[in-house]
Design a protein around this ligand. Structure first.
Ligand SMILES: [Zn+2]
Length: 253
């Protein structure tokens, strides 16, 4: 399995994505076990990374954003980041314009490594992007973030198995099995059913990531990275986080 990812990594290493060896400028050698030298306020464990996203989201919900309001620091940050990046979190989310992840988690540039595609589908390019971030940039947590009223999930629900036109069929391919494992409940209205599908899709995409990436599976298994499904509520701005995936869950599917 290492063999399959190796050529992809060579490409990434040769690309401008990887401006320097291990992402960040060297900080003072502080005897920490981590190999990447991240800025001093970077969370250095999966639990700390998740806690930072939770507190950032609560700042956002309460109209108390702070990190994303420090515009006076923009030029300095750009200069620092031009030398390398060490985003502490990966966010896999929908392209929907109402889910601006930097604002939702109140994190400025250089902190979040984001993969956005409608329906937060974990396709090969997205999985490779996550691999790159957790292996080479030192990201500690991967959030797979669905959201209320997702148009991609709704399109798949409403098609009821009939192929969607043009390229839209890719949503059905990416969510294959979602409707079959989560049939409509006659006691549930359309909105409740959609909300249930949104949550299940985020969990299934997170599982796809762990199933299809040996690198992520290894890092989750050794507790160096957490993969956490979550759902964003458009109106309140609140992110509900679910249980981090475990490798045991990943192995039987
Ligand atoms: Zn969406």
């Amino acid at each position: 399995m290492r063999k399959t990812t190796f050529p992809a990594l060579i490409l990434l290493l040769a690309s401008p994505l990887c401006g320097q060896e291990h992402g960040a400028p060297k900080a003072e050698p502080k005897g920490k076990a981590t190999s990447s030298a991240a800025p001093s306020d970077n969370p250095d464990s999966p639990s700390a990374a998740l806690a930072e996203l939770q507190s950032g989201n609560s700042r956002f919900v309460n109209s108390k954003r702070s990190r994303t309001l420090e515009t006076a620091k923009d030029a300095g940050r750009r200069g620092e980041l031009a030398k390398g990046q060490s985003p502490f979190a990966v966010i896999v989310t929908c392209s929907d314009s109402r889910v601006p992840d930097n604002l939702v988690f109140d994190q400025e540039m250089g902190r979040l490594f984001t993969i956005r595609v409608a329906g937060e589908l974990l396709e090969p390019g997205g999985i490779a992007s996550v691999d790159y971030a957790v292996e080479h940039l030192g990201s500690k947590v991967v959030i797979v973030l669905g959201h209320a009223s997702c148009g991609a999930v709704k399109a798949v629900r409403d098609a009821k198995g009939k192929p969607l036109p043009g390229n839209l069929w890719a949503f059905q391919a990416g969510m294959a099995g979602l409707l079959e494992t989560n049939p409509a409940d006659p006691n549930e209205d359309g909105a409740a059913y959609l909300a249930r599908l949104v949550e299940q899709n985020a969990k299934r995409q997170a599982q796809i990531l762990v199933d299809r990436s040996a690198e992520v599976r290894h890092l989750v298994g050794s507790d160096k990275v957490w993969v956490v499904p979550a759902v964003y509520d458009l109106a309140s701005g609140k992110v509900s986080f679910f249980k981090p995936l475990s490798v045991a869950e990943a192995s039987h599917h």
